[in-house]
Write a protein that binds this ligand. Sequence first.
Ligand SMILES: Cc1cc2nc3c(=O)[nH]c(=O)nc-3n(C[C@H](O)[C@H](O)[C@H](O)COP(=O)(O)O)c2cc1C
Length: 298
Amino acid sequence: MQHDISQNTQGINAITKIRIIFSYHSLFRIKFCNFAVHFSIDTTNTKIPQAMISTLINHRTIRKYKSTPIAPELLTELLEASCRASNTGNMQTYSIIVSTDTEKKKALAPFHFNQAMTTQAPVVLTFCVDFNRFNQWCLLRKAEPGYGNFLSFSSGLIDTIIAAQNFCIAAESKGLGICYLGTTTYTADKIIEQLSLPNYVVPVTTITVGYADEEPAQEDRLPLEGIVHYESYKDYTAATIEKIYAEKEAIAKHKQFIAENSKETLAQVFTDIRYTKANNEHFSKVLLDVLKKQGFWD
Ligand SMILES: Cc1cc2nc3c(=O)[nH]c(=O)nc-3n(C[C@H](O)[C@H](O)[C@H](O)COP(=O)(O)O)c2cc1C
């Protein structure tokens, strides 16, 4: 369902805005839970500033790109926005490898199962969990790092993905298109070699970015009531599952997937074709071996 967002206006009234500006410096002394009361935000007005929301709501993955390059200053601005994301302890335990060179992108392509975006996009970014830099800083400063474990990888993974998504939103807000490549974790061992990643560095996602050369229809999403639980988790029943997935199952393209793959249901297209147990187990082993080799499984 498309939302008409163009009519919306700002949800904080003018007086409130002025109060916020004048009170900004005292904000840090105010308990966050008092925020709405203190600034008298009109919480009944759910209309909010639209530029960013509209970028988010209009998101589509872009898989075809024009050859137009991304200006270096714009790329730097997007990377700045990416690295401004919240992150665990402000340690910034990630690195971003930027590939713009045609030959370097070609070399990466097989590790992304030769998906055309890898060579067609002007910029390919490999986002890596990186404790190598932080460990080196600790050792240089007489501090003993204790990050060769799964918990550290996991916090690095969260931070890396948040930074990646910040990049995507920033890029889309500037009129660029992006595509994530999930193949990164499938072939992390090969990408490590290709990009000369040292111990404590693991590639976790790749983003292709460039100016769109297609206008894809927007993909479906599950209805919000199927995803959001208020106060506590409400487990699903067969009836609620039926309801939540009804719209997805009714989409003509999805019915076509079922027919083309000689399956009975859309769920079977996922379990038997797209994300199979055998593949999941195989690539889990690849990733676990990578974590061990790179030092995250002491
Ligand atoms: C972690 C992750 C990995 C993905 N990997 C791929 C990929 O390898 N190839 C691809 O074409 N799309 C990939 N996608 C894009 C998804 O297919 C896409 O986001 C999803 O179908 C919903 O479509 P939308 O982004 O246009 O709304 C990936 C997305 C995510 C978040």
